[in-house]
Design a protein around this ligand. Structure first.
Ligand code: FAD
Ligand code: AMP
Length: 483
């Protein structure tokens, strides 16, 4: 006997739980299968993002930023704080509370919308059935007209650095260090490595980031990436490029573990010792045990579930969204794919504009971008124009003593339509959304230049960068001729 639903969602991360809520809003009888449980063995909703990703990392970034600001910046404002101390246990407790509030909120939303939660690991069977095996090892089968796979991703591990409890850790372990390490090694200078490296560096750890590639943040506009490297290095992050970790050894020093990392760079082989090491070399889709042999869903050559632009798999009526499929591994991308699939199930024509998804790195200054980089446009030989405005010339940024960075807007050389925006600065994560909206409406740089921006705001830097595209910025000396 199997229960029948209109939709079964497998995985309750930002892809799955948002899809489930939207399906229920649209009147579909919906169940969501989730394998994680809390201490009371109840399903733990929210996925990587809420439990061990976006939210806890931002909680630690905010705490550590406030601490670093108190120690290093407040004196500039005339605020003298002596003997600033730090309580790691309190920071972790605060983070736990935020996660609990948000994950509990998803349970409440499921209840309010009538989504049924099924605890267990789901496996897709042929004929749109899902076998659910709960934490006691008991299995049952549920079926639906539509199935949405949303099982997300897990950290990649590399053979030279097998994880070792609380000594060599992945991003999850790095959110839970009980003491600030004296020396911290981070393998990988990607988004997660830089964010978690920043947290512990601000709290006092000596942080060395070891990155195999020779380009820093290769996916970021290189004018912005160069500025980011300069700021992060000044803050104390020791970023070593063209350095590949090849081995690790754990030694005991009077009861304390030490990790000796071996890496190779242009000078040959080197060794360096750390109290803790974070392996942050990327994430891979989580499809282990998800697909039965005859379920009809295929993987692509990189191990992601193969889907078309509408997140349809090769099996009719089966969809996949989020980190499990191609595209950036971002919570907001996962959620919007979940919404698209739910709406298409009821016959709407919803699409996702994959060219207009913002990316953000929550370092300080923050780094945020959308659309094409100047490097990509140069490589493709496209005709483009660039406007740059530094926060150092922005009144509100000066008032806040937070003037690092710039806004860079790139527009089509002929039509003036905005095709990219790259921001490094204190509020980059929020500012980029203005250009996401502008690009979605096909705005030109001139359109943004003609709008009225409140004064004094850091948003004025966006306005001025748009004006700078045609040499009109008011608060910098323009080298371009006015038109
Ligand atoms: P997930 O969130 O991974 O959720 C998948 C869910 O499926 C999990 O709950 C899992 O338990 C469950 N599951 C897996 N297999 C099964 C199964 N067989 N049966 C039942 N359930 C199953 N993204 C951002 O956009 N902004 C950020 O600031 C950001 N910061 C991050 C920081 C860190 C440290 C990390 C690790 C990630 C961060 N991300 C961030 C990425 C973001 O967390 C992911 O892109 C997002 O969670 C993907 O959502 P998802 O729903 O596809 O998968
Ligand atoms: P991301 O995928 O953005 O999280 O970034 C992960 C980074 O880790 C990439 O820039 C990789 O080049 C880097 N990386 C992968 N393996 C190694 C290694 N063995 N040593 C140093 N860096 C590595």
């Amino acid at each position: 006997m199997s229960d029948k639903y209109d939709v079964i969602v497998v995985g309750a991360g930002p892809g799955g739980y948002v899809a489930a809520i939207r399906c229920a809003q649209l009147g579909l009888k919906t169940a969501c299968v989730e394998k994680w449980v809390d201490k009371k063995k109840k399903p733990l909703l929210g996925g990587t993002c809420l439990n061990i990703g976006c939210i806890p990392s931002k909680a630690l970034l905010d705490t550590s930023h406030k601490y670093a600001d108190t120690k290093n910046e407040l004196a500039e404002h005339g605020i003298l704080v002596e003997d600033v101390t730090f309580d790691t246990a309190k920071m972790l407790e605060r983070k736990k509370g935020i996660v609990a509030k948000l994950t509990g909120g998803i349970s409440a939303l499921f209840k309010a919308n009538g989504v049924t939660t099924l605890q267990g690991a789901g496996q897709l069977q042929a004929g749109k059935k899902v076998e659910v095996t709960d934490i006691n090892g008991e299995s049952s089968t549920v079926e639906a007209d539509h199935i949405i796979l949303a099982t997300g991703s897990v950290p990649i591990d590399i053979p030279p650095t097998p994880l070792q409890d609380d000594v060599i850790v992945d991003s999850t372990g790095a959110l839970n260090f009980e003491h600030v390490p004296k020396r911290l090694g981070v393998i990988g200078a990607g988004v997660i490595g830089l964010e978690l490296g920043s947290v512990w560096s601000r709290l006092g750890a000596q942080v060395v980031i070891i990155e195999a590639l020779d380009t820093f943040l290769g996916m970021v506009d290189q004018q912005i990436a160069k500025d980011a490297k300069r700021h992060l290095t000044k803050q104390g992050l020791d970023i070593r490029l063209s350095a590949r970790v090849v081995d690790s050894k754990i030694t005991k020093n009077g009861g304390e573990s030490q990790v000796i990392l071996k890496y190779t760079d242009a000078d040959g082989e080197k060794e360096e010792s750390f109290d803790k090491v974070i392996v942050a070399v990327g994430r891979k889709p989580m499809s282990d045990g998800l697909l039965s042999k005859d379920c009809g869903v295929n993987l692509d050559e990189r191990g992601f579930i193969f889907v078309n632009d509408y997140c349809e798999t090769d099996a009719p009526g089966v969809y996949a969204v989020g980190d499990l499929v191609r595209g950036p591994m971002l919570a907001h991308k996962a959620s919007e794919e979940g919404v698209m699939v739910a709406e298409r199930i009821v016959g709407k024509k919803t699409q996702l504009n994959y060219d207009n998804i913002p990316s953000i790195i929550y370092t300080h200054p923050e780094i945020a971008w959308v659309g094409k980089t100047e490097d990509q446009l140069k490589a493709s030989g496209d005709n483009y124009k660039v406007g740059v405005f530094p926060f150092a010339a922005n009144g509100r940024a000066l008032a806040a003593n937070d003037t690092a960075g710039m806004v860079k807007i790139i527009a089509d050389g002929e039509t003036d339509r905005i095709i990219g925006c790259h921001i490094i600065g204190a509020s980059a994560a929020d500012l980029i959304q203005q250009i996401v909206i502008a690009m979605e409406f096909g705005s030109s740089a001139e359109d943004i230049g003609l709008m009225v921006f409140g004064h004094p705001t850091v948003s004025e830097a966006v306005h001025e960068a748009a004006l700078a595209v045609d040499g009109h910025a008011i608060h910098i000396a323009n080298r371009k001729k006015r038109k």
